[in-house]
Design a protein around this ligand. Sequence first.
Ligand code: AMP
Length: 145
Amino acid sequence: MSLDGTYDDGNIFAKILRGEAPAARVFEDDHVLAFMDVFPQARGHTLVIPKHSTARNLLDEEPRVLSALILGVQRVSRAVRAALNPDGLMVSQFNGAPAGQTVYHLHFHIVPRWEGEALGRHGAGGMADPAVLKALAEQIAAKIS
Ligand code: AMP
């Protein structure tokens, strides 16, 4: 998938938004939804997506949607920090398959990092236990302010 293309509303994040696929939901408001990544690169790996968007990537997005989205990313990042006390936080976003993108609904990754702990490979880790993700989602949700 290149940078160009048409939004496909059968993508997994669109299904999560419509309630057609499960997710360990952390937070939502009128603009964004945050949930746990099922193939986490680190404990607490969280995704934030715009709720009302047909942007496949950052380049496609409307400024007003992007503004609300990045504020959501900051809010959830603060909650991840408060809940899990990482030494660092990686915030990332990939555009197009050659850059590592695998789901074509715009999203940001929030990946907590701890000193001395290696980062899992993007898209190459195992699937997390849903019960563990649910517990992490609740921990992070409790720190949303
Ligand atoms: P990207 O590769 O940047 O497009 O990121 C997509 C992310 O979505 C990857 O980190 C996947 O692990 C994650 N992912 C794929 N399917 C699901 C799902 N059903 N629920 C939560 N995360 C998912």
